[in-house]
Design a protein around this ligand. Sequence first.
Ligand code: CAO
Length: 474
Amino acid sequence: MSNKTEIRVPDIGDFDKVPVIEVLVAEGDTIEKEQSLVTLESDKATMEVPSSKAGKLVELKVSEGDEVSEGDVIGIVEVEGDESGEDSESEEAREAEEGKGTGEGESEQDAEDKSDQRGSPETGNRKPETEEPDESKKTESSTKESEAKKTAESDDLPAPPVPFTEMGSDPSSIPHASPAVRKLARELGVELSDVKGSAEHGRITAEDLKKHVKSRMEAGPASAAGGVGLDIAEWPRVDFSKFGEIEEQKLSRVQKISGPNLLRNWVSIPHVTQFDEADITEMEAFRKAAKPEAEEAGTKMTPLVFLIKAVVAGLKKYPKFNTSLSSDGESLVYKKYFHVGVAVDTPDGLMVPVIRDADSKSLLELAKDLTELSGKARDGKLSREDMQGGCMTISSLGGIGGTAFTPIINAPEVAILGVSKAEMKPVWNGDEFEPRLTLPLSLSYDHRVIDGAAAARFTQYLAHVLGDVRRLML
Ligand code: CAO
């Protein structure tokens, strides 16, 4: 005996008219109970709609691009034998009587699938888990429900609320991808942040993931994306308490996320660092003179603001510095925009917000952006978008001290500018030593893309424009 059941969009909270971004099944498929049928995506979140019944999908009512709301029919499932009508009801009732909820006795796979729908603890859920059906209430009302269900078409009832998996609210959050794609990425051992999404909003599809894996395999161990197959010795396991008192503190979330990226960049990019100095005596005089105006505008004019302008000038003059290697390592992508990243020291670790369109902004506008973004970084309020799209990063330790350092390139950028503390130095002017304020620059570059001579020209050019900031207006 068979029975046709409509599978509807469950309670999805405050969301309405949510686009279907992925259809995961086709008409004629035999589907399992709880199998995901479609993925929905709002501006900031994704969710998969599972089937409340097992059986054959005889009709699919939605396609990619459709917009659905709670209660809309997704498809019709033909349920056979045990799964249909009374049989399944009596089984549910039996389970309820025995105190078995959906959470108990589930297989590992089930648990994993559900945790996919709930999202990682880091990203949080729009709906707390307590909003999922309360099993004890289910037990109490099971008799009433089963009676009601005998008279009505029980399977038409919407499934229990399904939580959205939030994305994008966290700067370092998971890239746009459906739970199924994230699960597949985990199984394949792929970092989603390494994969380029081809769908709307850069969303990563299963196809993108497969292409990524294929290109990594084809590119071999030295792909541009950092596919290094280094045979590194195991990390030493040491019981430090044998040597004295210790205290263990967990790494911050930001450190946990940035650590693997730093390691990948460090081991997979052939770094060279070019050191140089800029005479910023005149620039400093101008900066000091402009300070009151900056304060009036509610911001602060630090040397970094001039450096952002100088980097933009450098990227314009030497476009190779404004490129990225394609993920297959076959081509160089030239960018026609000028977004500059700035490393910000925060209590949770290093973050790199990006100042957009720095070429079209005045010094005061850049100062404002810098103040706003570094404030957001320190308050842990950067969005993912705030940290994307950088052309080159500046890491300034000038407010702290030091004479030079070797910054790690923020892939897929090809260079990073390190800035140390300006110091007054005696400089020979042909007749005598003159005190000049000297700013140390440390430019790390990807030697696969940039030659040493180009790097020396780039830092010389930075020194040139910083030596006479009027050139920044040209
Ligand atoms: N030489 C001398 N003085 C400098 C300087 C330099 N290169 N750069 C900044 N200063 C001065 C500023 O003028 C300011 O002094 P005043 O208040 O008298 O003007 C003071 O140092 C403090 O500056 P700041 O740090 O508040 O501002 P900033 O614009 O230079 O930097 C920011 C902003 C967010 C980049 C910075 O606060 C920061 O977080 N730096 C650390 C970045 C980092 O950790 N990099 C390492 C990455 S690798 O781990």
